[in-house]
Design a protein around this ligand. Structure first.
Ligand SMILES: CC(C)(COP(=O)(O)OP(=O)(O)OC[C@H]1O[C@@H](n2cnc3c(N)ncnc32)[C@H](O)[C@@H]1OP(=O)(O)O)[C@@H](O)C(=O)NCCC(=O)NCCS
Length: 234
């Protein structure tokens, strides 16, 4: 029997547990890392507070639900030369023509259809549908059961809430939040929070507001990985 490769899960919160379970059919979860752990072990695996003790060659996924925090840790780990991998639940359906970045999570029963792209560090959560030619930019999160119809663009670090749907061809800017259950029928500028059916902006939604909400850090610049490199990590 082939031995499963060990995997380190960075993030020991709710999302970390979800990713660990999804990973368990392909990997052996060796440990969790969390700067602020709530417990010393999860599923019998140790929770370390620093990655320094972990071997350099160990595969890692950053499993932190907060988009900005996930981006920060991902960038730090890449800077240290750590090996980032994707976790794709075995029941997810991912088109062979989809482009996948690195460090992404695709949950149970999610669908990523033809020519869609899921960029580095993005999350396509349980049962979400990313239809053909849609683009989920780096560190964005498509929530459980959300539906992106064809040719939708979701900007870096945006969150599409649970059960929301986005009309074909709509572009959602950087650092937007789409409320749970919303129906987005027109483009959203950077930093918008929109709720309802049809979705309406909840606030002024200026780009500067989004940066302020995220602790004043600069807005996303996607970490680009060649399709060849990404494919070799699947
Ligand atoms: C949109 C959202 C971010 C707003 O959160 P918030 O800034 O804390 O806003 P509040 O809860 O204070 O609500 C503000 C107003 O918007 C309304 N509202 C909030 N979320 C709504 C939603 N999803 N649909 C419709 N109205 C909503 C509230 O009823 C409230 O209305 P009021 O001012 O008339 O009372 C949040 O409610 C939401 O839907 N998040 C999505 C979470 C999600 O699905 N994550 C996936 C994780 S796996």
């Amino acid at each position: 029997m082939t031995e499963r490769e060990p995997l380190l899960i960075y993030g020991a919160g709710d999302h970390g547990m979800v990713v660990a379970e999804a990973a368990s059919t392909r990997w052996t979860v060796a440990a969790f890392v969390d700067e602020y752990p709530k417990s010393t072990s999860i599923f019998g695996m140790p929770v370390m507070t620093s990655i320094e003790a972990a071997p350099d060659a160990l595969s890692i996924i950053v499993a932190i639900g907060h988009n900005m925090a996930r981006r920060r840790i991902f960038a730090d780990l890449c800077g240290y030369g750590r090996r980032m991998v994707n976790v794709i639940h075995p029941t997810a359906v991912v088109s062979p023509s989809a482009l996948l970045g690195l460090g992404i999570y695709i949950g149970p029963h999610a669908v990523v259809n033809a020519q869609a792209s899921i960029e580095n560090g993005a999350i396509v959560n349980s049962g979400a549908i990313v239809e053909h030619h849609s683009q989920v930019c780096a560190f964005a999160h498509v929530g459980p059961g959300a539906v992106l119809a064809g040719r939708v663009h979701v900007g870096p670090m945006s969150l599409i809430g649970a059960g929301a749907s986005v009309r074909p061809g709509v572009s959602i800017g950087d650092c937007c939040t789409v409320g749970a259950g919303a129906a987005v029928v027109s483009d959203l500028p950077n930093g918008t929070t929109a709720v309802g059916v049809p979705a309406r902006s909840l606030d002024a939604g200026a780009r500067g507001d989004a940066a302020a909400r995220s602790g004043g850090q600069p807005l996303a610049d996607a970490v680009v990985v060649s399709p060849e490199q990404a494919a070799s990590d699947l």
